[in-house]
Design a protein around this ligand. Sequence first.
Ligand code: CA
Length: 237
Amino acid sequence: MTHRLLLIEDEDHIRTMLRLLFEDEGFIVDEAPTGEEGIQSFETNHPDVVILDLRLPGMRGFDVLRAVRRTNENPIVILSAQTDSHDIVAGLEAGADDYVTKPFVARELIARVRTALRHSHAAASEEGATMTFEGLEVRPSEGLVSSDGVEIRLTRTEFQLLCFFARNAGQVLSRDQLLESVWGYDYFGDSRIVDAHIRRLRAKIEADPKNPIRIVTLRGLGYRFERSAEGLVFPPA
Ligand code: CA
């Protein structure tokens, strides 16, 4: 299966290098040197995955990210300067699935993109019966989540994370376990990816994201998806 990749990057030599790299891997590659052109290309070409440089002239990478996320759930991998921890967290909060820091190792970027794409396919081919948790319905085979009958839009990665939680409801899951199971990180771990995705999931499935009762934090241990939540009222009155 051929994947279509959109590269939004203002530095010509990086863009060219990435295009050659991914074409070599069998991708169809579209390029955009600015955020504005990136969004245009996105709407015309419907890429399966986007690599987005956060530091762009004109429209900021974050705004491109948000604009794309408003209508699309496909994976977005951000490129960020190594020193910019704030950028990485902000990018993840804004809806990115993963990140790679500059200067990057080509092999690693390809691996990140392939993993992100696996989420798309996993989401499209998840199996298993519908799981219901007090009004929250997870339908793996259809890629659907609803709360009291109202559909909730999740990114592919958020969906995969929620399915993993739902299948392991009631169990304590460490950040490393989540990284390994959902992102396939077995060589290094970055809990910021997990934490940002949990915050995004909570914002979508919790009645009160600041006081979560579906996905609870267990200090020093990780997270637990509750089978049933005491006193759960959803949606809030
Ligand atoms: Ca740049």
